[in-house]
Ligand binder design. Sequence first.
Ligand code: PLP
Length: 399
Amino acid sequence: STSLFAAVEMAPRDPILGLNEAFNAEKNPAKVNLGVGVYFGDDGKIPLLAAVKAAEKARLEAQPPRGYQPIEGTPAYNGAVQNLMFGKDSELLAAGRAVTCQCLGGTGALKVGADYLKRLLPDASVYISDPSWENHRALFEGAGFPVKEYAYYDAATRGVNFAGMKAALAAMPAKSIVVLHACCHNPTGADLTVAQWKEVVAAIKERNLVAFIDMAYQGFADGIKEDAAALDLFAASGLQFFVSSSFSKSFSLYGERVGALTIVTDSKDESARVLSQVKRVIRTNYSNPPTHGGAVVAAVLSSPELRQMWEDELGGMRDRIRAMRTSLVANLKAEGAPNFDFINVQRGMFSYTGLTAAQVEKMRADYGIYAVGTGRICVAALNTKNIGYVAKAIAAVLK
Ligand code: PLP
């Protein structure tokens, strides 16, 4: 053939999104999708938060014009993001040490940050946790970095292999970029303790490394402030660092693509120069961010009533996930499965169940229950109607 595309090969399916396609085609009426990284309510639906509804209604009624936003987004949104992460009274913010750009979700923030880092540190390597969110490697490789892994998960304890992680940090060349999960580690649900974070910050300082903190789940573990504990330690350290943050989960605004890149510099003067460079990265990519999602988030965070409403709804999501963890452990016990108490210790949306690829495949074939081949399940996809069925299936494939 003479077609331009004649030699183009089929790319592998995205492991998670490919799972959704397969799930949609599944004929088993009892089917359950535990593969996705999305929060569902007990009714099995993605919630539209009341705070979001109220802000959207006001915005629609105001009929604002849809001019271009600034390249970095609006001060209202970016300021709200900074306050949420560092607290209103943060010294770092008062000193003008943080620059924030509204980005297309957490992924967009990682990409803008990666592209900027490639200009700043062209010869650096990027280190991601073993394992990590499946898009980290491809994203940083796509930005031109070699991507390596640092020890993180310990399958034996189902916790963090902290000695291994520290050894890996101590062996990294200066100016290496270390991608860290602020909380609710995806995919394992295993987080560092505050004491361990202190050691990580010290190691990063000692080795002269560059932290890129990915915070996609603020408020899903213990609370908005509690989940930013790692950021507080970095803020107090005097280090420069990067943060990608996302409202996909915490505002249930997945498709609106609302996130932010925040870069912490050494001074107000540095911030101005860094922002000018990041704006060039954005301008030559998508020019400026969309209006709606960011305006809704900014409106909710700046109104005391809507903010309270949102905090209550976020707390409700957090509590429901916890309740599903407890219930899954109890149901598995009742089914005579081996001990799954660790599910109650894991944090955030996911649980690394320890199920093998073959057991995950058997759940799919025999029960129409879909999970990631690594054994990761989305606890936030469990509900009072499907949890008994899921526990039965897990217990059965373990026999
Ligand atoms: N980072 C991590 C660790 C995630 O789990 C996710 C979402 O699954 C993202 C980033 C991306 O978030 P967003 O959907 O806002 O792009």
